[in-house]
Design a protein around this ligand. Structure first.
Ligand code: 2P0
Length: 333
């Protein structure tokens, strides 16, 4: 039986950076994100005895068991699924993103959210949103947030087994339809330091890391309040501060992790200058050189025009709060 699912990417307003448990993928801090409307992964899976080993094709590129990129991500996830279900049947997975992969646009988030939904049905394990979020988390931490629509919080949790570390919706997309996020693509190259390795390195070597963990709850409270009250200034200022604080820990990691390129800096300074002139927007940046600009709908056209004209900017994607993971009848093979 083939099952297909689509899940959208999400961009964090309060970031996740660092695991307290690598096996269960448990974070040191909670995070809040927006599931975005226009960037998604479409995945088709088929379990069948005709397959003698797992097959994975992502954006047309095959990855096999034994290869690091397979074993560390989808391979590890399938091990978890097989432990949970006891089903050892091999699987074929074909997956396609409609946006650049692995350049700081949360492709693992949408990828593992889509895969979790598809696999749960194919294996006959109907899961509610919370259980799906927990399953997706085992694939990639940020994927736990792509199961739900709109504005979403991933709880850090306290338990060792991760049963209280899941994401849930704070507000649906209709709550704040004027909210916009402009993804400013400054490079389509795959990043040199993957998030997983980078965050482990930060936890191990950054002298500020404990301060990050200590102060994130303040940002979570502010963003939660800002979303509920639709206070754009509160959400924007807090998200920008939280992003810079995370990048400060990355920069102070040994060896240093600097994801920004000259165009990233150009966008940061431009946003700050335009804000001083009265055009209100804020930036957030993940584990890559892309910038995500937060603004209200009324300013999005003007900002997109200005951002598109900056040196080094490749592409602009204007997006808004979007839907959670869902099934589709359209199969990719
Ligand atoms: C986030 N990032 O909250 C943060 C901000 C990157 C910077 O979640 O090891 O791909 O698979 O759990 O989820 C990227 O990390 O890492 C990420 P794993 P993941 O969106």
């Amino acid at each position: 039986m083939k099952v297909s699912a689509i899940a959208n990417s999400n961009i964090a307003l309060v970031k996740y950076w660092g695991k307290r448990d690598k096996e269960f993928m448990l974070p040191f801090n909670g995070s809040i994100s927006m599931t975005v409307n226009d960037m998604f992964t479409h995945t088709t899976v088929e379990f069948d005895k005709k397959y003698t080993e797992d097959i994975l094709i992502v954006n047309g590129k095959g990855l096999k068991p034994g290869e690091e990129d397979y074993d560390e991500y989808v391979g590890a996830f399938m091990k978890v699924v097989r432990q949970l279900t006891g089903n050892q049947t091999k699987i074929k997975i074909v997956s396609k993103n409609n946006y650049p992969t692995a350049a700081g646009l949360a492709s693992s988030a949408s990828g593992f959210a889509a895969l979790s939904l598809a696999v749960s049905k194919a294996f006959g394990m109907p899961l509610n949103e919370k259980a799906l979020s927990i399953l997706a988390r085992r694939g990639s931490g940020s994927a736990s947030r792509s199961i739900s629509a709109g504005f979403v919080e991933w709880h850090r949790g306290e338990k060792k087994d991760g049963s209280d570390s899941f994401a849930e919706q704070i507000a649906p997309p209709e709550h704040w339809p004027e909210f916009r996020m402009i993804a400013v693509i400054t490079s389509k190259k795959e990043k040199k330091v993957k998030s997983r390795a980078g965050m482990a390195q930060t936890v191990a070597t950054c002298p500020f890391y404990p301060k990050w963990v200590e102060t994130v709850p303040i940002d979570l409270d502010a963003i939660r309040k800002g979303i509920k009250e639709k206070n754009f200034t509160l959400v924007g200022t807090t998200a920008e501060h939280n992003c810079l604080k995370m990048h400060a820990t990355m920069i102070a990691t040994r060896p240093a992790i600097i994801y920004w390129n000259p165009a990233t800096m150009e966008v940061i300074h431009s946003i700050m200058d335009w804000r001083d002139e009265g055009l209100e927007s804020y930036f957030t940046i993940d584990a890559g050189p892309q910038v995500k600009v937060l603004c209200m709908e009324k300013d999005s056209k003007e900002l997109a025009k200005r951002l598109g004209a900056l040196k080094g900017v490749d592409e602009i994607i204007v997006t808004r709060p979007g839907p959670g993971a869902r099934f589709t009848d359209e199969h990719l093979f």
